[in-house]
Write a protein that binds this ligand. Sequence first.
Ligand code: 5CA
Ligand code: ZN
Length: 409
Amino acid sequence: MHAWPASEVPALPGQGRDLRIHDTATGGLVTLQPGPVARIYVCGITPYDATHMGHAATYNAFDLVQRVWLDTKRQVHYVQNVTDVDDPLLERAQRDHVDWVKLAEQETALFREDMTALRMLPPKHYIGAVEAIPGIVPLVERLRDLGAAYELDGDVYFSVESDPHFGEVSHLDAAAMRLLSAERGGDPDRPGKKNPLDPVLWMAAREGEPSWDGGSLGRGRPGWHIECVAIALDHLGMGFDVQGGGSDLAFPHHEMGASHAQVLTGEFPMAKAYVHAGMVALDGEKMSKSKGNLVFVSRLRRDGVDPAAIRLALLAHHYRSDWEWTDQVLQDAVARLGRWRSAVSRPDGPSADALVEEIREALAEDLNTPAALAAVDRWVALQQERGGTDTGAPGLVSRAVDALLGVAV
Ligand code: 5CA
Ligand code: ZN
């Protein structure tokens, strides 16, 4: 699948910093020291509706991870999937009497436009679950051959007990896992499973649903977690630097994915850090396609909102906090963008060398974007109040804000 065009990332003077970031598995900050090529997998959308501010906030966080790495002169090997076949997509297509393939294509196209407008760096490999199926089948067969998977009425399940490290991503107790499994695509109450938490790896073909040749598994379609694992292992291998997504993916999705990969390869861990973004809410509830309480990026763009202001609205919140989208959040961002633009449009200004270091420092410490914005605000205020004589400063600020925060001023 093709991704979207990359916006240019200006090179900055001086030295970038290594990223310290919160890892859900260890519950604390870890300093990542990738090799010359940093490897990151970020879970992509299930394309049955347009990109909302919650999605945008999550992708913004992982875009920043890459920008910090690029600033250290590393290359970034970024992989993202599209869950282009899954229950919620098929259900929506049926509800709206549309073809599920068309729905997925349409919403994925809109996602690409939104990502481009927001200056999110594209993945190097953008892979649909459907195109990954030929690679998924042998993995499920291997899990079965290893005794880590079993059959139930034609469906194939993963046995969570086959991974001694199961539970080490999200650290939840059994009751919480069971609850979340039921809420997030699992079927803990299905009779006959070895462990209620066991997730499906391969679903036998069902009447009226799409299915693919599964070799010795029979016709069917893959389970959710194994899709991401197949794509990650194929394009990144084990021990990659960051597995990313919103906090609602920590369990079961990332927990199960890690277990699948660890059992398949006999290596541990799948990722050096499991990084999770907080949830964006609207009117007091998590923004979600299933609830329908959504503010769409594409809608704001159609209404004439500058994508740079949308990005600033996201950056005003720490990626790990849960926060609420309001009109005020957007108005503040529009006002801030105006101040920044006017400050960098002057021919000179106060020196910005220290500012670049402050932005670097803030981002390197668990992507502290509110601190980074505050640092730019201080330079902007100084520019407005006293100005300065450094003719390189406005250009440097503009390049730094672009390179490190993805905001075009
Ligand atoms: N296709 C799967 C991942 S393989 C999926 O979760 N798709 S999604 O479309 O539901 O979500 C895409 C990403 O946006 C996920 O990382 C998810 O955690 C994140 N996300 C969804 N809702 C919100 C929200 N309200 N706030 C922040 N992030 C969110
Ligand atoms: Zn995923």
